[in-house]
Design a protein around this ligand. Structure first.
Ligand SMILES: C[S@@+](CC[C@H](N)C(=O)[O-])C[C@H]1O[C@@H](n2cnc3c(N)ncnc32)[C@H](O)[C@@H]1O
Length: 245
């Protein structure tokens, strides 16, 4: 059975435009700047590297970047952009690496694409095992957007310009902490469907999961410019180091 949430050929072919319209391509350099600082001159591993939106500018800053993704189509996009970044097909909830990294990072909510608690903990465990002694794990996730649901459903307009409209229809499953959404992308006379499922986590649950695998919170930011994480923040960047004994 095909996985409707996978980053298949069709989704990969529109990823650059989609992320560009949402401002994520413009944001990538600022993301890379903070990740470069956190790598402290060492090597980095990106979990769910995709088309290299962040990995490419990070590598251009002189950081040796490697990556894992489970989508052949996304890995092909990356390979078209660069031959400097080594990336391989794998599952970020179950990987091991001989190599040790000073920075293991997972951005743009990719961590929450792991749709169970067990997969998320396993991902953090694999990430912790891949660290050098002084290395850090960086996770960027959204604050769960649970406002405005009626009867477990919510529909919002995510983006509009003169050519494109993104309408997001979301179902909330509180028992499993899942948000299952379909983004309908209207463009000219066409409409595309982009299905997605996330298992949302609050920052304190993320900290507890990290603690379970021998990590502790070192820093938390509300944005890539090191803005404070506050009640108004829409997401956070959490930096974990190995627990000091
Ligand atoms: C939202 S995109 C983010 C891509 C890139 N990190 C970025 O910031 O633009 C999520 C990526 O994670 C990959 N992915 C999703 N689940 C995965 C898993 N279990 N193992 C490996 N890669 C996964 C997808 O194929 C996709 O490339």
């Amino acid at each position: 059975m095909s996985d409707i949430f996978a980053y298949d050929e069709s989704r990969a072919s529109t990823y650059e435009k989609f992320t560009s319209l949402l401002g994520k391509v413009a944001e990538a350099d600022e993301t890379a700047a903070l990740l470069e600082q956190l790598s402290r001159g060492g090597g980095a591993l990106e979990l769910g590297i995709g088309n290299g939106r962040v990995a490419v500018p990070l590598s251009e800053r002189g950081v040796r970047v490697e990556g894992i993704d489970n989508s052949e189509s996304m890995l092909k996009l990356l390979a078209k952009r660069t031959d400097v970044i080594k990336a391989w097909k794998g599952d970020i909830s179950d990987f091991s690496s001989e190599q040790r990294y000073d920075l293991v990072y997972c951005v743009y909510g990719t961590f929450t694409l792991l749709s169970t608690r067990e997969e998320q903990i396993a991902c953090l465990r694999s990430a912790a095992e891949a660290l050098t002694e002084k290395g850090v794990v960086v996770i960027e996730v959204r604050v769960p957007p649970l406002d405005g649901f009626v009867g477990g459903q919510k529909t919002t307009t995510m983006y509009v310009d003169h050519e494109n409209t993104f309408v997001n229809a979301v179902l909330h499953d509180p028992v499993n902490q899942n948000l299952t959404s379909t983004i309908l992308w209207f463009s000219g006379t066409s409409v595309r469907r982009l299905p997605q499922r996330v298992r949302y986590v609050y920052h304190q649950e993320l900290d507890t999961m990290a603690e379970c695998v021998g990590l502790e919170l070192a820093e938390r930011w509300g944005d890539w410019a090191r803005g404070a994480f506050t009640n108004e923040s829409k997401g956070h960047i959490s930096v974990y180091r190995r627990t000091s004994l």
